[in-house]
Ligand binder design. Structure first.
Ligand SMILES: NC(=O)C1=CN([C@@H]2O[C@H](COP(=O)(O)OP(=O)(O)OC[C@H]3O[C@@H](n4cnc5c(N)ncnc54)[C@H](OP(=O)(O)O)[C@@H]3O)[C@@H](O)[C@H]2O)C=CC1
Ligand SMILES: O=C(O)[C@@H]1CCC=N1
Length: 269
């Protein structure tokens, strides 16, 4: 959906790093006028000014949306400086891990607030974001948040904010797990005698192709795994190790996701 309807009141983006920058690119591609965007970032990237995005001057006091994309640890310093822009009908949209709706409500009493958790495939329009709003975020505000996050990929709505730390641990952090799978698969190929570049090429294409197949087939991934696994063949020999209930991927991923979710809870405390 087009974002040109935001151009009158505009959008303020606080923090234009990896995630804020990816989101902004998506929004500019959906009709948000560069001149309607005001970015607050001590090291605003050069492409912003080149595109006509405002990076200095007075901040709009009544933007349509105030987007928070700084590190969670920065939020305590940043929020008090923004309260003037969060009055009236401004939608507060945060992508920060951990920081709760309650924290934002204390900074912006009465405002509609939505937390979103995107992931870095947003940079190529293939992210997935989960969103959850406070009581003031009615259908119009949730639709707006969904439209904004939808500019960089799919959007799912959560029933309960309590789900957000688990979402962060699965899909927010998840790309890092997958990139590490590529790294380790390539390293293992190298250990079996392949040249490094070839091993990396094979590992990257395999993860990309398997991911695309998992989406295209929309089937239980266990069935897709079984389709690769010939009885008493090579895959079965490998999976004995990968699927070991004590030493394989299941307990490792369980610990990984639990630790990431626990860190999200810590960041929000
Ligand atoms: N990266 C990811 O995969 C995901 C990140 N997120 C969330 O997105 C948020 C941003 O993360 P990410 O983009 O990775 O981090 P980055 O460090 O890339 O971006 C944060 C940006 O905020 C800037 N900044 C620092 N202090 C201030 C300030 N006082 N006012 C305004 N801007 C400031 C930073 O500048 P400088 O670099 O100079 O400090 C940087 O450009 C985090 O809250 C994170 O939890 C959510 C989902 C996924
Ligand atoms: O690592 C982090 O804290 C952020 C949130 C999810 C992905 N990156």
């Amino acid at each position: 959906m087009d974002l040109a309807h935001l151009n009158d009141r505009g959008l303020v983006l606080v923090g234009c790093g990896r995630m804020g920058g990816a989101l902004l690119r998506g929004w500019l591609g959906r009709g948000l006028a560069p001149g309607a965007v005001h970015v607050i970032d001590p090291n605003a990237p050069g492409w912003l000014a080149a595109r006509g995005v405002k990076t200095d001057g007075p901040m709009p006091t009544d933007p349509a949306v105030l987007v928070l994309a700084v590190k969670p640890q920065m939020m305590g310093d940043v929020l008090p400086q923004l309260v003037a822009a969060g009055q009236g009908g401004t939608l507060i949209l945060s992508v920060a891990a951990g920081v709760t709706l309650g924290t934002y409500q204390r900074a912006f009493p009465g405002a509609a607030i939505v937390r979103a958790m995107p992931n870095t495939p947003a940079a190529i329009g293939q992210g997935i974001s989960a969103i959850v709003g406070n009581d003031r975020a009615g259908p119009a505000e949730m639709d707006l948040a969904e439209t904004l996050m939808g500019a960089v990929g799919r959007v799912v709505r959560l029933e309960d904010e309590a789900q957000m730390d688990a979402v962060t641990a699965v899909s927010g952090s998840g790309p890092a797990y997958v990139f590490h799978l590529i790294e380790t698969l390539a390293a293992a190929g190298e250990a079996e005698g392949l040249p490094a570049a070839l091993a990396l090429d094979l590992a990257r294409a395999t993860v990309a192709g398997a991911g695309a197949l998992a989406v295209a087939e929309d089937e239980d991934p266990a069935r897709l795994r079984e389709a690769v696994t010939s009885p008493n063949g090579t895959t079965a020999a490998g999976l004995v190790h990968l699927m070991d209930a004590e030493t394989g991927l299941p307990p490792l991923i369980r610990r990984t996701v639990a630790a990431a979710a626990a860190r999200g809870r810590e960041l929000g405390a």
